[in-house]
Design a protein around this ligand. Structure first.
Ligand code: ATP
Length: 232
C-alpha cells in the first residue's frame, strides 16, 4: 500500500532523515521504532505531505505522493494522528470529530460518527463538552476518532500512548488492533518498543535517520540487537 524508498528530509542544513526505506502492506500494523531524534516523526510528516523530502520516493497505492500537498495526501486516504494530539481545545468533541471529515462529500459521515462513539463511548457521553476539558487519555481517543472520521485507507499514529496511564495505554493499543481488524492499515511510531513490536505485524528500526533492521514484530522483539538497544 505504502512504499518509502531512500527517503531523506532536512530542516535547513540538518538532515534529520538520511536513508529510510520500508513498506506497509494493506491490512497490517507497521511500527517504526527508534530512540529520541532518530527521525520517526519526520518520516511520518513527509508521508503526510507536511515536509518535502529532498531525496527518495514515497508511493501510495502505486502512485508517487512525495510532491503532493498535505490536503491532497489526506484526500487520497492517508490520515495522520499527530504527536501531542493537536485538538481544537475550545471546540466541542463533536466539532473536533466533524473537522476530521471536512474533506468528505459522502453521506456516511453520521454513521461514522456513531462508529467512533461505539469505539469510545466516553466521547459519546461528552459530545457537547469542550475538548480541552477531557483527560489526557480521552483527548487521545478524540484525536484517534478525528482521524477515523476521515475514513482513511492508511492511518498514521505518532506516539499514541505518550504520557498515558498503563490502563489507558492498553486501551489505545487494543483500539489500534481493532481498527486494523476492521480493515484500516496502520503505520505508527512508538517509543515504547516492547508494546509497539508486540502489537505490530511488522517493525522497522530507525537509527540516526536510517532504517537499520526490519522484520515481523515478534522477530524484532527477539533480536538481541533490538533487545540491547531498545528493551534494556
Ligand atoms: P522523538 O521520538 O524524540 O520525537 P523522532 O525519531 O520522532 O524522535 P524527529 O522528531 O523526526 O525524531 O527528529 C529527528 C531530528 O530532527 C532530531 O535531531 C530533531 O532535533 C530534528 N528536528 C526535528 N524537528 C525539527 C525542526 N522543526 N527544526 C530543526 N530540527 C528538527
Amino acid at each position: 500500500m505504502l512504499e518509502v524508498e531512500g527517503l531523506a528530509v532536512a530542516y535547513g542544513a540538518i538532515e534529520a532523515v538520511k536513508d529510510v526505506t520500508f513498506t506497509v502492506e494493506e491490512g497490517r500494523i507497521v511500527c517504526l521504532v527508534g530512540t529520541n531524534g532518530a527521525g520517526k516523526t519526520t518520516t511520518l510528516r513527509a508521508v503526510s505531505g507536511l515536509l518535502r523530502p529532498h531525496r527518495g520516493e514515497i508511493r501510495f497505492l502505486g502512485r508517487p505522493i512525495h510532491h503532493l500537498p498535505a490536503h491532497t495526501v489526506l484526500a487520497l486516504g492517508i490520515a495522520h494522528c499527530p504527536e501531542g494530539r493537536r485538538l481544537f481545545t475550545g471546540m466541542t468533541v463533536e466539532e473536533n470529530l466533524m473537522l476530521g471529515a471536512h474533506l468528505r462529500r459522502d453521506s456516511e459521515i453520521a454513521k461514522d460518527m456513531l462508529r467512533v462513539y461505539e469505539l469510545f463511548p466516553v466521547l459519546g457521553e461528552r459530545q457537547g463538552q469542550r475538548a480541552g476539558l477531557l483527560s489526557g487519555g480521552e483527548q487521545q481517543m478524540l484525536a484517534i476518532g478525528r482521524a477515523v472520521m476521515a475514513r482513511p485507507k492508511l492511518l498514521m499514529f505518532d506516539e499514541p500512548t505518550m504520557g498515558l496511564a498503563p490502563i489507558m495505554i492498553q486501551r489505545i493499543l487494543d483500539t489500534i488492533a481493532l481498527l486494523r481488524d476492521q480493515g484500516t492499515t496502520v503505520l505508527m511510531v512508538e517509543q515504547n518498543a516492547l508494546a509497539a513490536l508486540t502489537l505490530a505485524d511488522h517493525g522497522h528500526v530507525i537509527d540516526l535517520g536510517r532504517t537499520t533492521l526490519s522484520g515481523p514484530g515478534r522477530e524484532l522483539l527477539a533480536d538481541p540487537r533490538v533487545r540491547s538497544a531498545y528493551l534494556g
